[in-house]
Design a protein around this ligand. Structure first.
Ligand code: NAP
Length: 281
């Protein structure tokens, strides 16, 4: 069912509720930019923030959360905070230590979701054991992966005690990830889209501009609405408050089945980020 508001949530396979919509902070500079964007998001109703150790802005995210909570009157438990373990920290002990470092930087005592950032061959299984331990200890509400292809998921789940609750992958109209989405649906793994706007590249696409015009909306709003109608969690990044508001103003219109299909047909299997099968970092 399509989300009805920016605060609407989906239920992950372990029963934890995760907002369909959130703010991403990749490439947001540590310090005032990060603090202000997180604060602006919370002020405008966002409940979910997506960061990662490698973004090097977890301290700013933590500060933005504290200021946002103080201003809004919300509580920590109202928010959904995600971070990710970086490739260099994959390994059982290393990943446990990386979790503590992320918590310390964020100034939080738990995360809602902790993800393995990339499927580094030979390393993600021991990291997954660490995530399972953190989960079983109640230190993290949900655990998942990012950038996992079907074969990575199959390999991980062969030995896993707990299946990932989320797979966060590059996904937008030029990379619709149909097969991966089907696989994840069959295994109750929630798909989450990163770079939903293709880092801005899609915003002048003529087909999307035409649909946007029909609805009196921006292309960003059309793409984000397409995500939600596809039951895909989406986390657009912006450091500008007017865009933070714009991106979440997508609950007052519907894309028709024909428009959804037109957008699906834009797929070119084209990535803006690295191919998970050929990573060298
Ligand atoms: N797991 C992974 O490996 C991975 C990889 C990449 C990203 N991510 C996550 O996904 C999040 C989103 O992806 P992303 O940051 O790569 O790209 P994105 O959200 O697709 O696009 C962000 C870009 O679009 C601009 N923008 C945002 N809203 C706009 C609007 N309404 N109109 C015009 N321009 C707009 C932003 O500029 P301004 O900021 O100037 O507004 C920024 O340049 C990240 O922040 C991160 O949390 C995860």
């Amino acid at each position: 069912m399509t989300a009805k508001s920016v605060q609407d949530k989906t239920t992950l396979h372990n029963g934890v509720q995760m907002p369909w919509f959130g703010l991403g902070v990749f490439k947001v500079e540590e310090g005032p930019d990060t603090i202000h964007s997180v604060k602006a998001a919370i002020k405008n109703g966002y409940l979910s923030i997506d960061t990662a150790a490698v973004y090097q802005n977890e301290e700013g995210v933590g500060e933005g959360i504290r200021q946002g909570l103080a201003e809004s009157g919300l509580k920590r438990g109202d928010l959904f905070i995600t971070s990710k373990v970086w490739n260099a920290d994959l390994g059982y002990e290393e990943t446990l230590a990386a979790y503590e470092t992320s918590l310390q930087k964020l100034g939080l005592d738990y995360l809602d979701l902790y993800l393995i950032h990339w499927p580094v061959a030979g390393k993600y299984k021991s990291a997954w054991k660490a995530l399972e331990k953190l989960y079983k200890q109640g230190r993290v509400k949900a655990i998942g992966v990012s950038n996992f292809q079907i074969h990575h998921l199959e390999d991980l789940m062969k030995d896993a005690e707990i299946n990932p609750m989320v797979n966060q992958v590059e996904l937008h109209p030029k990379l619709t990830q149909m097969e991966l989405r089907d696989f994840c649906r069959q295994h109750a793994i929630q798909i989450e889209a990163w770079s939903p706007l293709m880092q801005g590249e899609l915003l002048t696409h003529p087909v999307l501009l035409k649909i946007a015009e029909t609805h009196g909306k921006s292309v960003a709003q059309i793409i984000l609405r397409w995500d939600l109608q596809n039951e895909i969690i989406t986390i657009p990044k912006s450091i500008k408050e007017h865009r933070i508001i714009e991106n979440s103003s997508i609950f007052d219109f519907n894309l028709s089945l024909q428009e959804m299909e037109t957008i699906n047909l834009l797929n070119e299997n084209r990535r803006v980020g690295p191919d998970p099968d050929h990573i060298d970092f």
